[in-house]
Design a protein around this ligand. Sequence first.
Ligand code: MGD
Ligand code: MGD
Ligand code: SF4
Ligand code: MO
Length: 739
Amino acid sequence: MATLPTTIDEIIAQFGPHKAYAPQAGFYGSHEPDSLVKTHCCYCGMQCGIQLKVKENKVVGFEPWMEFPFNEGRLCPKGVERYLQNNHPDRLLAPLKRVEGKGFQQVSWDYAMDKTVGEIKRIQEAYGNNAFAMLSGVSLTNEKSYMIGKFARVALKTANLDYNGRLCMVSAGAGNKKAFGLDRSSNSWADLAHAEVIIVAGANISETFPTLTHYIWRARDNGAKLIVVDPRIIPLARTADLHLNVIPGGDSALFGAMLKILVDNDWLDHEFIANYTSGFQEAINAVRDYDLDWAEKYTGVAKEKIFEAARLWGKAKTSFLLHARGIEHHTKGVDNVLSCINLVLATGRIGKPYCGYGTITGQGNGQGGREHGHKCDQLPGNRDITNPEHRQYIADVWGISEQELPGKGLTAYEQIEAIHRGEIKGLISICFNPLVSLPNNNYVREALEKLEFYMCIDSFLSETARYADIIMAGSLHEEEEGTVTTAEGRVVKINAAVTPPKNARKDGEILMELAGRLNEGDKFSFDSSEAIFNELRLASKGGTADYFGITYEKVVNNMGVFWPCPSLDHPGTPRLWEDRKFKTPDGKAHFNAVSFKPPSEVIDTDYPVVLTTGRVVSQYLSGTSTRRIGKLVDQYPEPLLEIHPELARRYNIRSGDIIRVKTRRGEAEFPAQVVETIRKDTVFIPYHWGGKHAANQLTIGNLDPISKIPEFKVCACQLIPTGEVASEKVKETAYQSHL
Ligand SMILES: Nc1nc2c(c(=O)[nH]1)N[C@H]1C(S)=C(S)[C@@H](COP(=O)(O)OP(=O)(O)OC[C@H]3O[C@@H](n4cnc5c(=O)[nH]c(N)nc54)[C@H](O)[C@@H]3O)O[C@H]1N2
Ligand SMILES: Nc1nc2c(c(=O)[nH]1)N[C@H]1C(S)=C(S)[C@@H](COP(=O)(O)OP(=O)(O)OC[C@H]3O[C@@H](n4cnc5c(=O)[nH]c(N)nc54)[C@H](O)[C@@H]3O)O[C@H]1N2
Ligand code: SF4
Ligand SMILES: [Mo]
């Protein structure tokens, strides 16, 4: 046994910083693989098809999967390198326990299970069932998502289950449910290529969904006009017809003003509005005063450009509106989404060929994972945990009484607040790294320290796992079979390429054994992923996210099936709403009145610069996997502060200078990258790093009142040059400026 460390810092010194893993080029390629396994990339919501090369139970490379219809073999830089996470030297290979004052020690599975179950029982007996909470994530398959929803309610018997989609998809989900009664993008991407006008709002597609860019280029080849709404001139914006450089937080003012222009110029589809929608009058009343001068003031976008955007959108015959976290990560995230949907409904361009609207789902299974009961307020099939009929249906599928089914629980960040208040004492997390990804992470760290017991299931020692009492070595994406649902709503098959190495185990097996030890084994006696999927099909039947007609066989034979798919003879639904039968109670699509409200923290003389956060192409989420892959680390080794030359001049900042960024939550230092691609009043930091590099030391924990998403995309900061300069290597990256 190695000498054991004594403090968190020493644990970090023992296990990290991550080993950036880069075998020599061609090393693995020189070996003939034993097999090629068709599956999907483990990262973003595009879920590109890929073939993994397997040799001796290790993933040793990849080949394109040309036949998979969405990406036809194309992959992004992360997809090309993703195989290097397998067989990585940092991989957790056995369960660990933390010994106070001594760090982590390997333990047997029996010990890890016994300890966890003992602590669950102790905490629940002392403080009640809801004092033990669970957090999960949607890099997991539909089968695991479904099983976690059932595990938390039936085995752990807690209301407090939530998931990392709370930081991601929930504003869009809430907006879609309000407007359409269903939470899915309306069309397959195939329709995008033929739209006349495309609006992309707050979505850095070339870096975050790189393979989707192909569909936009195809639309451009067909003559489409492209409008990009983003405080930065993102790569897609460089060739756009219009770039609307909105100030972070200004979107609903922009879309509200565009709605007013559509009304004033009668660029409306009256027939659609009259027959298939409700709430139009209220929606336009809310924007009655949004003239162009007002809009320019609150959005920071020139009024001519706002008018031109509305004209292009208003006069088109076909169109697509796409958005992502740029408009959703706000305390007004749901309002922003609704203000986009109002533009789509006013022009009636939905449910027709080449006319569509959608949020671009972020995580690999961000779509499926938000349908099957991961959320604190949701049951499978996107059912509502507070609806008596929905509860009864699921209780029957699960073989429990409706009274036994817990009610609505706390959302992810609210769980952290409840730990601070002493209401939550125990936690299980799987597939979530909140210490990097939640806002205001000093506050999150204090919460982790307050827990009486914390168990984490992961395949790497994430920043959060370092605070666990027990770590269970779970599985990687390529080690367990299942299905995921892509951002376009297509259910696809994940095939296991290898088995978990050494003493690591499949996530599904870990959960089933825990359920057994909590005396609920009979409800978790699945002998295959397909058996779980078959129960999920039944549980989703009749819900808005209806998977009943989808089988493994159908998914494989058709390279994916689009839900809803209510019966076995149903072909699936690539394009929603062709029948105009919306899933709202009155069957109509709903306009919503949206009044512009400023962000929860605005700039002032103390904190005079707007801070926004997001992503870079070569890193993925909290970086647990991509920060361990050598080539990706080389492309972008540490977070840089993007700043406009004019703002930089004011502080005498040059690329590579180290700047202290301070907010009301904390401070951190980042090398500057001076770029002309960002607004003059705004700085941008990517968030994929933990510890002293974490952007979330600075962000604000204020939440949207409906979706409970944090305001990641806007807060106020100070810039303080430290007089220090970054290393040559980092400086080199900083000088690779965007323009
Ligand atoms: N490379 C890479 N790809 C990923 C991921 C990753 O971590 N790395 N993560 C995946 C996941 S889970 C997600 S959720 C998606 C996220 O995908 P995106 O939403 O595209 O990514 P972000 O970088 O968070 O934000 C997008 C853009 O929003 C802009 N923005 C900031 N504030 C505002 C605002 O107030 N209004 C508007 N209109 N725009 C604003 C930023 O400048 C940024 O260009 O990416 C997925 N794909
Ligand atoms: N400032 C700022 N913060 C943000 C954002 C932002 O734009 N700005 N974006 C937010 C968004 S959109 C998102 S989605 C979140 C994401 O935030 P997180 O969910 O915390 O990020 P991940 O990196 O996906 O963390 C997943 C953890 O699960 C592990 N894992 C991955 N796959 C598996 C698996 O199959 N099994 C098991 N057992 N473990 C697995 C990984 O090793 C990792 O430790 O971050 C949010 N945080
Ligand atoms: S676009 Fe997304 S799914 Fe496709 S290869 Fe890149 S990270 Fe993977
Ligand atoms: Mo996300």
